[in-house]
Design a protein around this ligand. Structure first.
Ligand code: NI
Length: 174
């Protein structure tokens, strides 16, 4: 397993629509393992393949609390089966937007169908942080970022700060 570098926004790879996985084979299982390792190293509660530059429909999440046993979930081709009409607002961040958080409105509960690491079709129902996290990661597969749920002004403010941060980092690297 490898810790992969996580792409920071803005970046065209984060706006791409990712390709479905044909079959969860050894290559995809390796990707799932690398994503999990990279997510834990960050640390974060979710990560998607496009965030490490691989434009495939693969995500991982683990919303277990620090004092709980790890509960990693790895999914290929996740699809929404159902979302609740009830929505909730909550603070959200993203590993591609370091140190930026904002309130995002999302469905309170979801039902999702996906392929597991054994290539079996599974369904999961989730609420709370897990539902939010799954919806956030699934958005990534369609090039939708959490800032896309915010107002134009707020989104541009965050993106401008990130561009500035990247320029500073490049300058330091020279
Ligand atoms: Ni994210």
């Amino acid at each position: 397993m490898a810790v992969l570098p996580i792409i920071i926004a803005p970046d065209p790879r984060l706006k791409a629509v990712c390709e479905p996985v044909e079959q969860v084979n050894g290559e995809i299982v390796k990707l799932m393992n690398d994503l999990l390792k990279s997510m834990y190293a960050a640390p974060g509660v979710g990560l998607s393949a496009p965030q490490v530059g691989i434009l495939k429909r693969v995500i991982v999440v683990d919303t277990a609390r620090r004092e709980e046993e790890p509960n990693p979930l790895a999914m290929a081709n996740p699809e929404i089966v159902w979302v609740s009409e009830e929505v909730v607002d909550n603070e959200e961040g993203c590993l591609s937007f370091p140190e930026h958080y904002a309130e995002v409105t999302r469905p309170a509960r979801v039902q999702i169908r996906y392929l597991d690491r054994g290539n079996a079709i599974r369904e999961i129902e989730a609420d709370g942080l897990l539902a939010r996290c799954l919806l956030h990661e699934m958005d990534h597969l369609d090039g939708v970022l959490f800032v896309d749920h915010l107002s134009f002004l707020k989104r541009n403010m965050i993106l401008r700060k990130l561009v500035k941060m990247k320029k500073l980092e490049e300058a330091v690297a020279i």
